[in-house]
Design a protein around this ligand. Structure first.
Ligand SMILES: NC(=O)c1ccc[n+]([C@@H]2O[C@H](COP(=O)([O-])OP(=O)(O)OC[C@H]3O[C@@H](n4cnc5c(N)ncnc54)[C@H](OP(=O)(O)O)[C@@H]3O)[C@@H](O)[C@H]2O)c1
Length: 241
């Protein structure tokens, strides 16, 4: 049995992952942006999930959540799932928070980051990126960065299993009703990487789609780009990995 934090679990793939984890006997910490959205988690809380609340565009709230989690029972895994498709929250939510939680949270041995096939369209450049979300951010760029973060963590923390997952284009609120991929498969790889003990799930540094390891954008394994990303995020957040 593992204890797993799933960020952004009030809806979509995060909710499905949390539901599946609870159904298979794991302990789950669910997350909602505020108390109103936490109401959507009543059913999961009734099944024993713990809850953290905080808006991921608010770095102070993210630090508070990390402190709460570090003071509680240690996490075995984190599924960095919360994400937005467009608007000023793209960089804060899709990359700054996964970085900050990775730096702040004590001890999780498995880290799963939600990537996207859109990351192939991202630009491996940090010039002019608005990390604070004063203006709209590029989704593709944010997913390239978070996929690179997953690979960098795998390289720098050999005691941790760190992987990125493309869940497919699935019909959640973000994916839209006409998304062609299988919703049921959308959360399974994340849950498997967070908890399973078969040898494939115990590997690190992968970019996965439906439990198959794929080759990501070539910048993802470029160590100079990884180091630049980590240095930039460390300066931006005043928090080293
Ligand atoms: N669906 C797809 O086709 C697809 C494809 C590739 C990758 N992905 C990735 O998969 C992940 C989950 O996507 P999804 O399709 O499940 O999207 P979704 O249905 O829109 O759910 C996104 C989740 O993130 C939370 N979130 C967004 N902004 C937040 C903030 N500022 N503070 C706290 N929580 C916040 C949302 O909370 P609220 O409900 O309160 O807004 C929601 O729980 C994302 O990282 C996404 O980029 C999805």
């Amino acid at each position: 049995m593992s204890r797993v934090l799933v960020t952004g679990s009030a809806d979509g793939l995060g909710r499905a992952a949390a539901d599946a984890l609870l159904s298979t006997g794991h302990e789950v910490v669910v997350h909602a942006r505020d108390e109103r959205r936490a109401a959507a988690l009543d059913e999961l809380l009734g099944r024993g999930a713990d809850l953290v609340v905080g808006d991921f565009t608010d770095r102070a709230a993210v630090r508070r959540i990390a402190a709460e989690l570090n003071a509680a029972q240690p996490l075995d895994a984190v599924i960095h799932n919360a994400g937005v498709w467009s608007g000023p929250a793209v960089m804060p939510v899709n990359i700054v928070v996964p970085y900050l939680l990775t730096a702040l949270l004590r001890a999780p041995r498995r880290l799963v980051y939600l990537s996207s096939s859109s990351h192939f369209g991202g630009r491996p450049s940090l010039t002019g990126v608005d990390w604070r979300g004063r203006s709209a951010g590029s989704y593709s760029d944010s997913k390239l960065f978070v996929t690179t973060l997953a690979a960098a963590v795998a390289r720098l923390r050999p005691d941790v299993l760190s992987n990125a997952v493309d869940p497919g284009w699935v019909p959640t609120r973000m994916g839209g009703p006409n998304a062609p991929d299988d919703l049921e498969l959308g959360h399974r790889t994340q849950v498997w990487l967070a908890t399973a003990d078969d040898p494939e799930a115990l590997t690190t540094g992968g970019y996965w789609y439906h439990r198959n390891r794929r080759r990501p954008h070539r910048a993802v394994h470029d160590e100079a780009f990884q180091d630049l990303l980590l240095r930039t995020l460390a300066e931006e957040t005043d928090t080293a990995l």
